[in-house]
Structures are given as C-alpha cells and as structure tokens.
Design a protein around this ligand. Structure first.
Ligand SMILES: C[S@@+](CC[C@H](N)C(=O)[O-])C[C@H]1O[C@@H](n2cnc3c(N)ncnc32)[C@H](O)[C@@H]1O
Length: 448
C-alpha cells in the first residue's frame, strides 16, 4: 500500500495507470523501498499521459504501453533499491583462493570476503586483534600474516572442533620452517561464545581494549559437511544443530517437545517461512508416531508439506533450507545475543579500532545494520530517511574515503563512524568460485 501511494504521489496526472503488483519481498524490504522512492531517483520521464485528442483505441493502446513502461521501470527501480549493497570490485586473488581448496578439495572452510576484510584492517595498526569466530582460522591466519606489528591475538569459537583446527593452523603459521612469525606475538584461543568477549578481555587485562575485531557469523563448512552435526539438508544425520556440543538444547527437542505455537513462531520468525502453519501442524502430528529424529525425516516431512504448485523441487528445497535455518537460529540462540554482542565488541575497541561483521542472512544483517546505527546514535537525528537510513543527513558523508579506496560512503556519529553505509558483498568472481559466499554481507564500524 505504501509503495502504491508513493507512486501515486509521483503521478498526480490523470493517467489512470494500473499499478504493478507490490514486489514479493518481506515487509521490511517493501517499507524501505517505498520510503526510498523519489522523483529524482526514479526516472519515469518517458511516461506519456493520455490526451483528449487521441482516439479511444489509440488511447487504450497508449494506456497499455504506459502501463508496460511503468511496470518495467518500477520493477527495475525497486530491485535496485532493494539490493542496497556495494558489490566488491576488488580483484580476487584466484590463486590464493584456490589454494584453500587444496589438490584433494580438503580445505575445511574457505574464508569469505577475505581480501575485503584485509582491506578493512590494512590501514589500522593492529597491535591487538580478536577473531570472535575462528572457524578454520582462514581470516585469522591471513590477518596475522598481514600485520607483523601484532602483539596480541585472541580467538574465540563455541565449537571445540573448530577451535582445535584453528589452533593447529595458527600454530603452523607461527612456527613454520622459517621463523618469521615466531616473534613476540602472544596467541590465546578460547572455546567460548563471543557474547562473553568483555569477560575474556577482562581476564587478560582489566583495561584491555583492542584495535580490531572480526565476527564472521553463521556456520563453517566443517559444520555443514559433517552430517553428524545435523546442519545439512542434503546429508542424513541426527537432528542436533548445536554449534556448542555441550549445550543442552538440540533441534529434536524443539521439534518433539516445544509447544505448537513456539514451533510455529520459530518457523515464522527465524525461517520467514510462509507455509509455517502447515509445517508446524505436520511436526506436531509426527509426535503421535514417535516424533522426528533424523534430518532425513524432517526433510521428508517438508517435502510432503510443499505445495506441488510452488516451484516443485526448488520450492521444497528452499523451504527445507528456511526450516533448517530457523531451527539452527533457535538452537544456538543466534539472534537474541547478536545485538548485545556487537555492543560488547564495540565497547572493547580502542579509539580508532574497527569492528567488521560478515552476516549471511537478512535477519542477521538487519540486526548488524540497526545496532551500528544505534551505536553512533543515528536514530537520534532528524529522522530524515536517506536511502532507507533513519539519520540526520548532515551525518552522511557521501564521498569516497580519501585514503581508503574500499570506503564508498560513511555515516559519522559522535562516538564512531559506520564505514559501510551499504554492505559490501562478494565480487561475481568470488560468488562463482565459492557459491557459499553468495549471501555474505560485510559491514564495518570504527570507534572514534
Ligand atoms: C563462518 S565460520 C568462521 C570461519 C572463519 N572466519 C574462517 O575463516 O575459517 C563461523 C564460526 O563461528 C562460530 N560461532 C558461531 N556463533 C558463535 C558464537 N556466538 N560465539 C563464538 N563462535 C561462534 C561457529 O562455530 C563457526 O565455527
């Protein structure tokens, strides 16, 4: 409705054009797109209006033509507004990326937006750095190598398997045949949740503030590829999905014992699944026959719930991905702690320090974006909506960063600056080489 009235305001003429149906995006996107439409941005100048001198049939033809032009322009405009991002134009170092795959495809995890993350920290003297999500230490390893000035490296991961792999990798980097990195770098890694970053730093030194922090959210390939962890839609395994194997809640607990409404809420809110009610009912019915205990059983249930008219195989696989995402978020309580964790990370930065966050789905990205704005207190401005940002326009610095080519547009606040007004997404080349990078979004905030 908002999009319709915004478009109508643009065309007060008596064109009586049929507006195209609203785009099928979640409410959030529709709202953003509608707010962002401005006559200057939307070039509808070639639109012709009806005139009394035109005959009836010519009028009809003209109307149809106008409607078609408007529909095309609206959809491409809305699409460009919805994809508010800056695709990276960084040349990808294909050789070094391919090295991650190894000859036998044995690499545990290929780091996403690696060159872009290195760019973010390139101009910062990183005497101390925290990788909140070690994974296979792909990012950590490259950052340590790029910053010989580093004196303290801290790494966290909730998953002890990832922690062990990362530890071995960093050790290998520090003590290679040649001793370039044996210097005085102190490395400390922890099996811990990044929500505890402040206490981890505090235990090392009460006053410790660091120069850089990275959060590369979501799952690693090691987790997805191990069927026993239960993250994979394609490989059968137990309904586990815990990143921290010591945690008590598993996906099967939610499916087999949570109240119906709670199951539905998880599917609806964390999976953004439109067929949630139907799937919820099927899950609850399955309890009468002993419940669900394997990922294959859950996938079968989803497949049988999918309407045949809704995109066939593609349809149910997408539904399965959304349902698995929903359960994973609930099992690991991923969203509830993210906002507080970003605040804690920002508090842990020294002046001039940077926090880079890579997210992999819109729910996460929304929280990252909004929390960054809250940190620099952007919503306290004049509430002028700029490209979907509720912010005092005076604070939006549109110019490219003078010193750092990767910075396109920044937003400055009193205690920090968002260096990525729009998130950076992988180059087309990276998406081709590493399809898992496709949904990645990188946002960066700087203190002071
Ligand atoms: C995408 S992977 C990181 C990959 C890593 N950047 C690399 O280059 O290999 C995400 C990692 O974050 C970990 N993780 C997820 N949530 C976490 C949390 N709240 N605290 C700590 N680690 C977390 C996961 O266990 C996983 O190993």
């Amino acid at each position: 409705m908002a999009a319709k009235s915004a478009l109508k305001n643009l065309f007060p003429y008596n064109c009586s054009l049929k507006l195209p149906p609203p785009p099928k995006f979640p409410l959030f996107f529709r709202f953003t797109a509608a707010k962002a439409i401005t006559p200057a941005a939307a070039d509808f100048s070639t639109l012709e209006c009806s005139s009394s001198s035109i005959s009836n049939s010519a009028q009809k033809k003209q109307k149809a033509k106008n409607a078609k032009v408007l529909k095309q322009k609206t959809s491409s405009f809305v699409e460009s507004q919805v994809k508010r991002r800056t695709r990276s134009d960084r040349e990808i170092d294909e050789d070094s990326l391919l090295k991650y795959y190894g000859n036998d495809n044995s690499c545990p995890h290929v780091p996403v937006l690696l060159g872009e993350v290195l760019d973010v920290f390139a101009s910062v003297p990183l005497r101390s750095f925290v990788d909140c999500t070690l994974g296979a230490a792909g990012h950590s390893s490259a950052i340590i190598k790029a910053h010989p000035e580093m004196k303290l490296f801290l790494g966290l991961d909730v998953d002890p398997v990832a922690h062990e792999i990362a530890q071995a990798r960093i050790k290998g980097d520090l003590y290679p045949d040649c001793c370039k990195f044996t210097s005085d770098l102190q490395v400390k890694t922890f099996v811990n949740n990044f929500k505890n970053i402040k206490s981890v730093l505090h235990d090392i030194d009460e006053k410790l503030l660091v120069d850089g922090i990275l959060m590369d959210l979501g799952m690693s390939s090691m987790q997805v590829n191990n069927a026993e962890r239960g993250f994979s839609v394609l490989n059968n395994g137990p309904l586990d999905m815990r990143m921290n194997p010591q945690a008590s809640l598993k996906a099967e607990d939610i499916l087999n014992s949570w109240p119906d409404a709670e199951v539905g809420k998880v599917l609806q809110e964390y999976g953004e699944e439109s067929n949630w009610y139907h799937i919820q009912n099927k899950i609850v019915k399955a309890r009468l026959h002993g419940g669900l205990h394997s990922t294959a059983e859950l996938v079968d249930l989803i497949r049988s719930s999918a309407s045949r008219t809704r995109g066939g195989r593609q349809g149910w696989i997408k539904t399965a991905i959304r349902v698995f995402q929903a359960l994973r978020i609930a099992v690991n309580d991923e969203l509830n702690t993210l906002q507080d964790s970003i605040h804690a990370c920002f508090d842990s930065l020294a002046s001039g320090g940077r926090l880079a966050v890579i997210s992999f789905h819109s729910l996460e990205d929304r929280i990252v974006k909004q929390t960054f704005l809250d940190i620099i207190n952007c919503n306290g401005g004049k509430d002028e909506v700029q490209d979907g940002w509720s912010c005092d326009p005076a604070k939006v610095i549109v110019d490219r960063g003078e010193k750092e080519a990767w910075i396109r547009r920044m937003i400055s606040g009193q205690i920090g600056s968002i260096l990525t007004k729009r998130p950076i997404t992988p180059s087309e080349k990276e998406e081709t080489l590493n399809p898992r990078s496709r949904s990645a979004k990188l946002r960066v905030i700087q203190k002071g």
